[in-house]
Design a protein around this ligand. Structure first.
Ligand code: SF4
Ligand code: SF4
Length: 99
């Protein structure tokens, strides 16, 4: 299947641990990638500094569902069940230090 242009779920819902231009520590779950444009396209598509995880991600019915809401719900759930406990801790610490 093709990506629903403008959906943006996989650029917002999951955490990304590898560096993204402008986000050197990657991004936490639920945060818009800094490279996501206002119309929800990847600003660095096709460029060498786009994270490998983004290059490797392929749309699928399981992940993308048939609506943007379904994609957000699935990816948020996947993040919850795959996030290591230690990473949870780190996110809490980062949040405390920056708030
Ligand atoms: S979740 Fe699927 S449809 Fe939504 S932006 Fe990502 S690849 Fe495209
Ligand atoms: S780099 Fe591009 S594809 Fe990857 S999360 Fe950011 S906007 Fe999405």
């Amino acid at each position: 299947m093709n990506c629903r242009i403008g959906c943006s779920a996989c650029c917002v819902a999951p955490s990304i641990s590898s560096p993204i231009p402008g986000m050197p520590d990657g991004k936490p779950a639920g945060v818009r990638c800094i490279q996501l444009t206002d119309d929800n396209r990847c600003r660095i598509f096709g460029q060498p500094d786009r994270p490998t995880v983004c290059n490797n991600l392929r749309p699928s019915l399981e992940m993308c569902g048939t609506t943007d809401d379904q994609a957000f719900t699935y990816l948020a759930w996947l993040e919850q069940i795959t996030r290591p406990a230690l990473e949870n801790h780190s996110h809490d610490e980062i949040h405390t230090k920056t708030s």
